[in-house]
Design a protein around this ligand. Structure first.
Ligand code: AMP
Length: 713
């Protein structure tokens, strides 16, 4: 504690004498001390008005700790001394939210905000009073109290199921372990779930990152990631050292509390001992809402924590209930997102990255700068044409633009600040990774390295093969792959299948321990990796075709090819014309596949995969088992996650395809239906804008059962 305080002896629940009298009965003294400490914690964190010095507070705490040590029978998990609990297990257990934790719909500018207000006016005849709050850029949290005592804290997870992070949240000092007595009367049931945001103040974030950097550890990209990461530590003591705070703003079930609306709820949360953001306003006109948003935007930089917008909520719970929810968000609330931020910084260098297919991408290496809440040190410049069009040169002062989660973008240079003699940038004549020549094919923007032995390409290809959507070799990450390539042990994907546990366990990770000995991968990881490599053998033809990385062959094309040809031999035997006739393939992709299959080096890798027992066939379904093709001619798009059934999008897509439907990656007017799971994103918005029918997960499951679209869609 380090806030200034009014008066050391002021505002104490008990007088000195009273405290002394209680000393004869340790149980009473312990209770009194706990209440006293809770009271000062409340004054400090919730009201921001400490009444005693840090030293006096510590002294009360010390006395309580000593008494509890002397009298173990008085132990109580909600005592203020118990903020650090025991170790939580390796993994956090899952918590199913009784009420879903929704996302929020966004308004990207004031016009979109006005459109939402207009919808509210339409629903009610006049504008309903709305509660405006700052949108805290942290990690959502749900706290459950039973009979006033904190029993569980859960993350949002996918909205339906989160993780149990109780032990960690107990260490967050402004989370009351016990609600204040005077607030309990308003709770209608024994248990109540309250929600809000855990965040890390900007200053603590910077300190944490400076320390990480000094220790050679990875820094967090922004305070939001730092808060989320700190919440999910295996050791609560680490969380405790992270200086997390909360702002609470919601109740899971309005019926559980004696409050008529958001404004009253915030007041109650404050009374109950929570930290509630003071910047709130109850607005009755669009002008008042605008003024709140503009003020928030102005003050954004001065606040000690990150905000990424303003949340506007219809105040009355009764009105909220009448408006209800869409598949992803409440209709009664909207998040006004701050416009993208622009900053200037120095372009130190333009480097060139070599991709999996040999494409060379220029990358801006920047003097690190904080834009829209995160530090930006690199940004892609896409290709040479883009560098020319923007005319950015090494040494330039460049303008960086970023909005929230969006990837940062270099807008251009401030020409008046260009150093004398700065030359237009040129693509290098040789591949920066292997020194081979580079070419630019006709009609293409990208330059490519021509060598198939290029280590940078090899690395990317190996990573792609091991990635989730391809062969899914769990645990085979960038660092391990890089070490395998460097050691010369692995240079193409077939080499994975020749690795054994002993040699993997000895793999030198390129770092040394305190004693100066090389750090090796170790037996545990080696065993896991060998099992994962083994499991990847049976993913089947289409995953393998996607994984091998033929140019222009993405996941969908690989699936089409897998289904059409059934085996790598059949595919390799196909003529260019036969390939081009396959629906969704066409001459360009056909040519790329044909050339790939006629390149002896590639076929040698495929032979070795075959010998290593990698399945190069698709399990073709038995026609007798084929489902009736009731969805033939329909095109579906999947978005969001299917949390109810736990199906992945690939699995859901396969089920639709099994009934003859097509599954596409983007929404257009031709889309027959969009399946929107939890936290559906822009595809959902596009479907609504185009008037494409949308099914939620329940509707989708019904569709799978009946095989037909619900009536009316
Ligand atoms: P988004 O993740 O962009 O869809 O925004 C929704 C999230 O904003 C919610 O899940 C909350 O975690 C967060 N949020 C931050 N501040 C507030 C607030 N005052 N009211 C509601 N949600 C908030």
């Amino acid at each position: 504690m380090a806030k200034s305080h009014a008066n050391e002896d002021q505002i104490s629940l008990f007088g000195e004498q009273e405290l002394a009298e209680m000393a004869s009965d340790p149980a009473e003294r312990v209770t009194a001390l706990r209440r006293e400490i809770e009271h000062h914690t409340y004054l400090y964190y919730a009201l921001d008005a400490p009444a005693i010095s840090d030293a006096a507070f510590d002294s009360l705490m010390r006395e309580l700790r000593e008494l509890e040590d002397l009298h173990p029978e008085l132990a109580d998990p909600s005592s203020p001394t118990q903020r650090v609990g025991g170790f939580v297990g390796e993994q956090f257990s899952a918590v199913r939210h009784e009420k879903r934790m929704y996302s929020l719909d966004n308004a990207m500018d004031l016009d979109e905000l006005d459109a939402w207000i207009a919808r509210m006016v339409e629903a009610y005849g006049t504008m309903p009073p709305v509660c405006c709050e700052l949108k805290i850029d942290g990690s959502s949290i749900a706290l459950t109290y039973e009979d006033g005592v904190l029993v569980r804290a859960a993350t949002r997870g996918d909205g339906t199921t989160g993780e149990d992070v109780t032990a960690n949240v107990r260490t967050v000092r402004d989370v009351p372990l016990r609600l204040r007595e005077e607030a309990l009367g308003a709770i209608r049931a024994g248990s109540i779930e309250l929600r809000g945001e855990v965040y890390m103040p900007k200053a603590s974030f910077e300190k944490l990152n400076a320390a990480a950097e000094a220790n050679g550890k990875q820094a967090f990209a922004n305070p939001r990631n730092a808060a989320a990461g700190s919440l999910r530590q295996k050791d609560p003591k680490i969380t405790q050292g992270r200086d997390l705070s909360t702002f609470m703003y919601a109740v899971a079930d309005e019926a559980a509390l004696d409050a008529s609306g958001q404004w009253e709820l915030l007041q109650w949360l404050r009374d109950a001992g929570f930290h509630v953001n003071p910047d709130v306003a109850l607005c009755e006109t669009p002008e008042e809402v605008h003024a709140f948003c503009e003020k928030a935007l102005e003050r954004r930089g001065q606040l000690p924590y990150e905000i990424d917008g303003v949340v506007v909520k219809v105040n009355s719970f009764a009105q909220q209930a009448a408006l209800g929810f869409t598949a992803r968000a409440p209709r009664w609330a909207i998040a006004f997102k701050f416009p993208p931020e622009e900053k200037t910084t120095l372009l130190r260098d333009i480097t060139v990255q070599v991709g999996r297919t040999g494409a060379l991408t220029p990358v801006a290496e920047l003097e690190p700068v904080v834009v829209a809440g995160s530090t930006v040190a690199r940004a892609t410049l896409h290709n040479l044409d883009e560098v020319r069009r923007k005319d950015v040169r090494i040494g330039d002062t460049v303008i960086i633009r970023k909005a929230g989660d969006v990837i940062p973008e270099v807008l251009g240079a401030v020409e008046s600040l260009r150093p004398e003699g700065a030359q237009p940038w040129e693509m290098p004549a040789q591949c920066p990774s292997c020194g081979s020549g580079i070419i630019r094919e006709e009609g293409e923007v990208a330059f490519r390295c021509i060598s198939i032995d290029c280590p940078a390409q090899a690395l990317e290809r190996l990573e792609h093969w091991a990635s989730r959507g391809a062969m899914d070799i769990d645990g085979m990450g960038t660092e391990i792959i890089a070490r395998l390539v460097e050691s010369g042990r692995v240079s193409d994907v077939a080499d994975y299948y020749t690795l054994d546990e002993v040699e993997l366990s000895m793999l030198d990770m390129g770092r040394v321990n305190k004693e100066g000995e090389p750090i090796r991968l170790g037996a545990v990881m080696a065993k896991k990796l060998v099992a994962a490599i083994d499991a990847s053998r049976t993913r089947g033809l289409s995953r393998m075709l996607f994984g091998i990385g033929m140019r222009h062959v993405g996941k969908t094309t690989a699936e089409v090819l897998g289904a059409r040809f059934g085996s790598i031999r059949a595919l390799a035997a196909a003529t260019e014309e036969e390939l081009a006739e396959v629906e969704g393939v066409g001459p360009k992709i056909a040519h790329s596949i044909f050339v790939f299959m006629r390149t002896p080096d590639n076929m040698a890798v495929i032979d070795r995969l075959d010998k290593a027992g990698v399945v190069l066939e698709e399990a073709l379904s038995d026609p007798a088992e084929q489902l009736p093709q009731t969805l033939e001619g329909l095109t579906f798009v999947l978005t969001g996650s299917l949390t109810e059934s736990g199906m992945t999008r690939d699995e859901a897509g396969a089920k639709l395809k099994a009934r003859g439907a097509k599954v596409s990656g983007s929404v257009s007017k031709k889309t027959s239906c969009v399946i929107a799971g939890e936290a559906a994103g822009s595809k959902y918005d596009k479907a609504v804008a185009l008037g494409v029918p949308v099914l939620d997960e329940a509707g989708f499951l019904q569709l799978l059962e009946t095989g037909v679209l619900p009536e009316g869609l």
